[in-house]
Design a protein around this ligand. Structure first.
Ligand SMILES: CC(C)(COP(=O)(O)OP(=O)(O)OC[C@H]1O[C@@H](n2cnc3c(N)ncnc32)[C@H](O)[C@@H]1OP(=O)(O)O)[C@@H](O)C(=O)NCCC(=O)NCCS
Length: 172
């Protein structure tokens, strides 16, 4: 992949193909994951969601981003972007698709007003390449079980992040 992967906006892809890829990349019970509850009832954001295709134009990876909010103890809602799932076909993993998809979504954020980005993932992978950290999420809660060290945030100015709050879907 000398030229790097080809990425296209995710809304160019048949949703059934995206679901089938997610089924192969994750366990069949993926819909019960807490991440699904955080974004329940919202639609993924077309401007921040991408697909990777191989040289034969087969779908090999996807990333979706969602509008969510952290509600602090005073009831104030802080809008954030939830990143993920990031998924790459099992046989295409380790070839740079995951990194290209993540980098595309992060690059597509508005430089004028980037919202904090949250995700549930391995801090080693998402910290190493994009600076996600669990350092500011110790007082945050989710609508279901989760591994605390895997709740990650990325923010230019972490001082704006509430120390406590619960993540859920953004409803305007
Ligand atoms: C996680 C995932 C998206 C990574 O995509 P990928 O295309 O395989 O990864 P890339 O080729 O871009 O990056 C590979 C590098 O990241 C590292 N890496 C990949 N997954 C990692 C993880 N979970 N933890 C730490 N490092 C990881 C690899 O070791 C490799 O590093 P190297 O280049 O130094 O050898 C992909 O493996 C996947 O779909 N997994 C199943 C679904 C999943 O768990 N998604 C993440 C949760 S939303």
């Amino acid at each position: 992949m000398a030229d790097g992967p080809t990425l296209i906006p995710l809304d160019n892809v048949d949703p059934a193909l995206v679901e089938a890829l997610l089924d192969r990349a994750f366990e069949p019970e993926r819909h019960t994951r807490t991440a699904y509850k955080v974004r329940e009832g919202t639609d993924w954001l077309p401007a921040l969601s991408f697909a990777a295709i191989d040289a034969d134009e087969h779908l090999v990876g996807t990333i979706q981003c969602w509008p969510v909010a952290l509600t602090d103890p005073a009831g104030r809602r802080h809008p954030m972007i939830m990143v993920g799932p990031v998924a790459v076909e099992p046989e295409a993993q380790g070839q740079g698709y995951g990194q290209a998809l993540m980098t595309a979504s992060i690059a597509a954020l508005s430089p004028q007003a980037p919202l904090p980005q949250v995700m549930i993932g391995d801090p080693e992978y998402y910290g190493r390449f994009w600076g996600f950290t669990n350092a500011h999420t110790g007082g945050w809660d989710l609508p279901g079980p989760f591994e605390r060290h895997r709740l990650l945030v990325r923010c230019d100015n972490p001082a704006i992040l509430p120390a406590e709050g619960t993540l859920g879907p953004w409803r305007g």
